[in-house]
Design a protein around this ligand. Structure first.
Ligand SMILES: CC(C)(COP(=O)(O)OP(=O)(O)OC[C@H]1O[C@@H](n2cnc3c(N)ncnc32)[C@H](O)[C@@H]1OP(=O)(O)O)[C@@H](O)C(=O)NCCC(=O)NCCS
Length: 142
């Protein structure tokens, strides 16, 4: 990904279910681009328009070896089912291997059944279902 992809990437954030403004994606990418252990890959059509993106990063644990994890991953409506997702996932896996890790994990919402079939088709094993908790923290709440 390059900074100038931010507008296209932001539009696809909406298709993933996480609407974002271009300036927000620019700010986030500015941080991501400085990290050694994170990468965002994009797929472009012949006109140079971004038609898919994948975010992968390395997670470090105490109780198991480091591994790659997918952050966001989406292919544009109308471009799905053409092999673009396979190509982006392969790029993320190659990058993870080069980072010295032997596994990639992805946490995917329970209703994304089409994506689950995609992952299983490409060699990912269903491991477990989890509940996801979230807390907004401010001074005085911690
Ligand atoms: C899931 C997603 C990323 C897959 O990308 P895609 O470009 O549509 O997938 P591809 O065309 O590259 O498919 C690759 C292979 O998976 C197979 N596949 C795709 N969906 C499948 C399914 N539900 N069940 C079984 N196989 C499936 C394809 O047939 C293809 O097989 P082949 O290469 O052996 O012929 C894309 O559909 C998408 O953006 N979905 C909406 C957002 C989303 O759910 N993101 C994932 C969040 S965790």
């Amino acid at each position: 990904m390059r900074l100038e992809d931010a507008s296209d990437v932001a539009e696809l954030c909406g298709q993933l279910g996480y609407p974002a403004q271009t300036h927000e994606v620019e700010r986030r990418f500015d941080t991501l681009a400085k990290l050694d252990d994170a990468q965002v890959f994009v797929a472009e059509n012949a006109s140079g328009r971004v038609v898919g993106w994948i975010h992968v990063y390395i997670v470090h644990f105490v109780d198991s070896d480091a591994q790659g994890e997918l952050g966001g991953f989406v292919i544009a409506d109308g471009m799905r089912g053409k092999g673009v997702g396979r190509a982006l996932l392969a790029a993320a896996e190659r990058w993870t291997l080069q980072a010295g890790c032997q596994a990639v994990r992805v946490r995917s919402q329970i209703m994304r059944e089409a994506a689950h079939g995609f992952y299983e088709h490409l060699g990912y094993a269903y491991v477990k279902t989890q509940k996801n908790f979230h807390k907004v923290i401010r001074d005085g709440t911690v």
